[in-house]
Design a protein around this ligand. Structure first.
Ligand code: FAD
Length: 316
């Protein structure tokens, strides 16, 4: 029974929702091993983020340093490892985002700990905490246990319902982390959009190669905007230049689990399904009745997207 440390992800003074799913994961671990859940915020002038997190996990350690103005794994990893040691952490958790996946394995290596990626469930095995994680593009679920004293876990956030907060918490402030001399932050290009973030949206409308052009993606965007949703794309659509890279859903794209996922002109390759089959309701629109996407769809419409999508949008 040790500390379960949750490392926060934040941007522009706001806690990322993925952190609250990670707190839910930590609570699930705590329910088995009885450890205390402690939040960790690394930032430069990000006290408000620490306070926000304290309402979810009670105790938060906040380390303020110019080294954390931007997220650099070379700065994050030693700082997380130091706090984990100080608090006697047995589990160090972070969201399985590009940020978490970058620094957390380094923390595991620094602490000579275990590393478990993409945890989707927690369960008890012979009195220990064990984890489930998808393998083979989500076609099999591995049950894994770490024998190390400290285990770093990236958490597939779509698998854990975010905590709702309301806890009266405390923030302990620290300072003085070193800026790494072997790496430099060059630039951060944030895509500004009025649409919700793909991984956090409750509705996602995604288009595939069958749309045949970037202009045709306009019908996907129109439907997404009507539903207040985000826009996604298959890798084939991205590779063909019809959609930007950050819209890609799937094994090598983003993992989403919205309430509603509408797949338009997407065949349903396993690598695409790996990124969206956890969605609560899946609607597929495809002109080929044999398309594999219909095997995972709750509602299927065999139709030409160029007729069906504008009609659906106008009727909505
Ligand atoms: P296609 O398979 O070409 O399907 C197009 C569909 O559109 C067809 O079903 C067709 O019937 C339909 N269609 C055509 N015209 C119309 C119309 N007018 N109206 C309605 N329907 C129409 N893919 C991902 O998506 N995400 C990933 O992260 C990903 N990672 C990968 C990683 C690896 C290592 C590999 C090998 C592949 C990966 N892929 C990924 C690619 C994946 O295997 C598929 O090639 C890709 O998902 C296919 O995209 P698609 O369904 O848009 O295209």
């Amino acid at each position: 029974m040790g500390t379960i440390l949750v490392v926060a992800e934040h941007l522009e003074g706001k806690l990322k929702a993925a952190t609250l799913n990670t707190v839910a994961f930590a609570n699930a671990v705590s329910a088995i091993d009885g450890g205390d859940v402690v939040g960790l915020v690394l930032g430069a002038g990000a006290e408000s983020v620490a306070k926000e997190l304290a309402a979810h996990c009670g105790r938060v350690v906040y380390v303020d340093s110019p080294a954390f103005k931007d997220v650099l794994a070379e700065a994050y990893a030693p700082a997380v490892a130091d706090i984990a040691k100080e608090l006697g952490a047995t589990v160090v958790a972070a969201a399985s985002t590009s940020v978490g996946k970058d620094y957390l394995p380094r923390v595991a290596a620094t602490l000579d700990g275990g590393m478990i990626s993409d945890a989707i469930a927690v369960f008890e095995h012979d009195g220990d905490v064990a984890y489930k994680r998808p393998v083979l593009s989500g076609n099999a679920i591995a049950r894994v246990k770490s024998e190390a004293d400290v285990t770093c876990v990236t958490v597939r956030t779509t698998a854990f319902e975010a905590t709702t907060g309301g806890v009266s918490g405390t923030v302990e402030s620290r300072s003085g982390a070193a800026t790494p001399d072997n790496a430099k932050f060059v630039a951060f290009h944030l895509v500004k959009s009025d649409r919700p973030e793909l991984t956090e949206a409750s509705v996602v409308v995604a288009g595939g190669r069958g749309l045949k052009s970037a202009e045709a993606f306009g019908i996907i965007e129109g439907l997404a905007d009507k539903l207040g949703g985000a826009v996604g794309a298959s890798r084939a659509a991205v590779d063909s230049g019809y959609a930007p890279n950050d819209w890609q859903v799937g094994q090598t794209g983003k993992i989403v689990a919205p309430n509603l996922y509408i797949a338009v002109a997407i065949s349903g390759a396993i690598q695409h399904l790996a990124g969206m089959k956890g969605s609560k309701t899946i609607v597929a629109i495809n002109k080929d009745a044999e398309a594999p996407i219909f095997q995972v769809a709750d509602y299927g419409l065999v139709a030409d997207a160029f007729n069906a999508v504008p009609e659906l949008t106008s009727k909505l």
